[in-house]
Design a protein around this ligand. Sequence first.
Ligand code: NAP
Length: 313
Amino acid sequence: MPKNADIYDTVILGSGPAGLTAAIYAARSNCCPLLIHGQQPGGQLTTTTSIDNFPGFPEGIDGPELMQAMEDQARRFCTNFIEGEVTRVELQGSPFKIWMDDDCYQCRTLIIATGASPRMLGLDNEWDLYGRGVSVCATCDGFFYKEKEIVVVGGGDTAMEEASFLTRFAKKVTVVHRRDTLRASPPLEKRARENPKISFRWDTVVSAIHGDKTRGVHGVNLKNISSGKEEEFPCDGVFIAIGHTPNTSLFEGQLDMDTEGYLLTKNHTETKIAGVFAAGDVQDPHFRQAITAAGWGCMAALQAERYLEDLKD
Ligand code: NAP
């Protein structure tokens, strides 16, 4: 049976910009929400370098700094934070139940802002070599690659940002992209292309990673997908920046999702279960910006508040 007898008006899952903005709005409407976050509070932005396009910061702001400010703001009202892994949710019938192993938290409205996780290449040994030359976070691991040679995989904004950041440490960065044009936005592409330490391998994929747990990564195989030609390419690190997968496995069988696992919403942030809302990268495959995630979080909190008002009526 549930250990926690309280029924929260609102529980928020996730502490990225969507979750924290939802918390700020919910807390200010006096509902003292509970926000449950995992081991990486602040979400993906805590692994980002300077964010130049979040309104209000003309000189840019570091991702972790922005997330800390949002958290402080949510705490200033009455958000309760707890850390832990949600192991199960029961969304049939109210109150909804959120389980963390044997602990259960109950709520009248739930805002899902669990975000998305970095996609991996799917190569046999990439998890064995994770943290030993394979990384998804230049800000976290770049420091360990002083004067090293690095491969960055991907052609989007993240890949360009990671590649540029890594040149602070690395001797050489090679961006490996599966097409011959980048998906990245023009300013980030320009910055990467103008960096003398960055070179590009077009129409190319990483087909194998060479290394072992003791020595780490010492090379990759690069395969040109036009010619089929494959070659060994020495390097000390592989930074994977090929997009993200929404964190929705908890809700399988209970909420509707698209083929990629993004939660389906209607009327802005409503899921198919009344009282359950979804916000940010977990339901938005299109924009995936800090500012849009924050906007979704705001909408979810306002819709949850209206739903709670209707319940009282
Ligand atoms: P993304 O835009 O989805 O780009 C992913 C890249 O990885 C694409 O170039 C894609 O190739 C490639 N890719 C995907 N699967 C692959 C695979 N299996 N093997 C090899 N390559 C693969 O993801 P993102 O760069 O993480 O950006 C996500 C969102 O965050 C975007 O909206 C972006 O604008 C935003 N963002 C903004 C900033 C900023 O403004 N400072 C920084 C980072 C991210 P294709 O191009 O061929 O599809």
